[in-house]
Design a protein around this ligand. Structure first.
Ligand SMILES: Nc1ncnc2c1ncn2[C@@H]1O[C@H](COP(=O)(O)OP(=O)(O)OP(=O)(O)O)[C@@H](O)[C@H]1O
Ligand SMILES: [Mg+2]
Length: 436
């Protein structure tokens, strides 16, 4: 088939060849669909799907001029997928054809080689009963009929102890168990936002987080969580993320002088309580206003610590901070933050260290009066590497961080996060039973 321009790629190839091949009837596809500033060439709904809730299983098709190089357009397409929460996309210039799932290339081929089994792969996406081919979460445990949102904050005022690593991997593990998760990044370093795969842009001009991040939810009574939330690309099933931005640091002083803002995140979360099982908040390594907001919002607290002397001494600050927060919560008739425990994190695997030093450090940490998790997250290369993954797009390395469960599901780190998650679920369940 000879295609001379973008219009012909759209008409002759997409409309007259591809859509019929995929078995998509005309009422299921839409051309030139606008979502705010995003304009999609084609949007294809899954079988039986016509509501916004079906968007994750929908398919974007972007058609380019036959002379265009597809790699130049992938990053923009990924941005569309992430911002709209759509899992599947096709990019084609009439010569070449790329099919993506959650910003990952599933296959690439010349248009002439678009044969049955490839067509079948895409059809499965659009016909939900067969969609199970795409790695469903392994056996989710039965969930309570009514969703109870549990908010867990991961905090220590000592930097670099594994807070962000814990947030990302705990979220991925819970998501695999079938729970609905929202991550909130309240750290202006935005490491969780990066680790969630939401910073694939290369230059400030392409930064699409500046105007829509967690600050806007906190600062304005009018911005809803749904207006800002994105779909992370670090895990399967994917997790929603309320991103942070480096500019949060500039706004600290504004929020300190705006008392209403402190409890706004908590209030807005209560409006979406039926959407999530767990909200996991990452915090800055400080005692600033964003850390206070996290503590005022949360039900539970996990304190990762490498158990080194400064980290242990920092626990004194954490205790004092908690006492102040609990005092404020009492005035709001809210229960104190329930501390799930101190989580030994980034712990050396050296056998001598484990035998001799670790027990002493654990004893030292216990002095500060926090329960210590049985689970331990050891210092391991797989875990550090999982967040440093990149994909090569044309001449660029594009960040493509993964949870360790997605990067190396059989690794020791993945096992450690599985054990931690079981312990967290157990502790929350025990706490809730006591409260009944
Ligand atoms: N268990 C681990 N094994 C190996 N590397 C780890 C482990 N935990 C964290 N790291 C690495 O240590 C660095 C700091 O970890 P992380 O960002 O999770 O800490 P943090 O407490 O969130 O830091 P900050 O206080 O700056 O936000 C990262 O490079 C991360 O990849
Ligand atoms: Mg961090």
């Amino acid at each position: 088939m000879i295609l001379r321009n973008e219009k012909e790629v759209e008409g002759k190839f997409v409309i007259h060849t591809l859509l019929p091949l995929l078995g998509v009837t005309p009422e299921r596809w839409f051309q030139e669909v606008n979502f705010g500033s995003i304009r999609l060439d084609f949007l294809v709904m899954p079988l039986g799907g016509r509501s916004p809730a079906c968007l994750p299983n929908s398919l974007i098709i972007e058609a380019k001029h036959p002379r265009q190089v597809l790699d130049r357009h992938t990053r923009r397409l990924w941005r569309y997928m992430t911002q709209l929460g759509i899992d599947y996309a096709i990019l084609t210039n009439g010569r070449e054809f790329c099919f993506y799932r959650q910003s990952q290339l599933v296959f690439r081929c010349a248009n002439g080689n678009l044969r049955d089994e490839k067509i079948q792969q895409i059809r499965q996406v659009l016909e939900p009963p067969i969609r199970k081919t795409f790695a469903p979460p392994p056996c989710p445990p039965p969930l309570p009929k009514e969703r109870t949102m549990n908010v867990i904050t991961v905090y220590h005022n000592k930097g670099g102890v594994g807070k962000t690593t814990t947030v990302i991997n705990l979220a991925a593990t819970l998501s695999r168990k079938g729970y609905q998760i929202l991550i909130i990044d309240l750290d202006s370093q935005a490491n969780t936002t990066f680790a969630a795969g939401l910073m694939k842009f290369l230059t400030e001009e392409e930064d699409d987080l500046q105007e829509k991040n967690v600050y806007h939810v906190i600062e304005s009574a009018n911005t809803a969580i749904a207006d800002v939330v994105r779909l992370g690309t670090f895990s399967n099933p994917p997790v929603q993320v309320l991103p942070s931005h480096i500019s949060l640091v500039e706004y600290e002083y504004k929020l300190v002088n705006a008392p209403a803002a402190k409890n706004r995140l908590s209030r807005k979360l209560s409006k979406v309580a039926s959407d999530y099982d767990f909200v996991i908040i990452d915090t800055p390594p400080s005692l600033n206003i964003f850390a206070s907001i996290a503590m005022l919002t949360t039900d539970y607290l996990i304190i990762p610590s490498d158990l080194k002397p400064f980290s242990n001494e920092g626990l004194r600050n954490v205790r004092k901070f908690l006492a102040e927060i609990d005092e404020e919560r009492e005035t709001q008739q809210r229960p104190p933050v329930h501390v799930l425990g101190l989580l030994p994190s980034k712990i050396s695997t050296n056998p001598r260290f484990r035998e001799y030093s670790l027990p002493r450090r654990l004893e030292a940490a216990k002095k500060y009066g926090f329960q210590v998790f049985e689970s331990v997250i050891f210092e391991r290369d797989d875990l550090a590497k999982s967040l440093e993954q990149v994909t090569i797009e044309g001449n660029y390395d594009v960040p493509n961080p993964q949870s360790v469960l997605d990067f190396k599901p059989d690794s020791e780190s993945a096992g450690e996060f599985e054990a931690l998650t079981q312990e967290v679920l157990q502790k929350i369940s025990t706490h809730q039973k006591k409260g009944m």
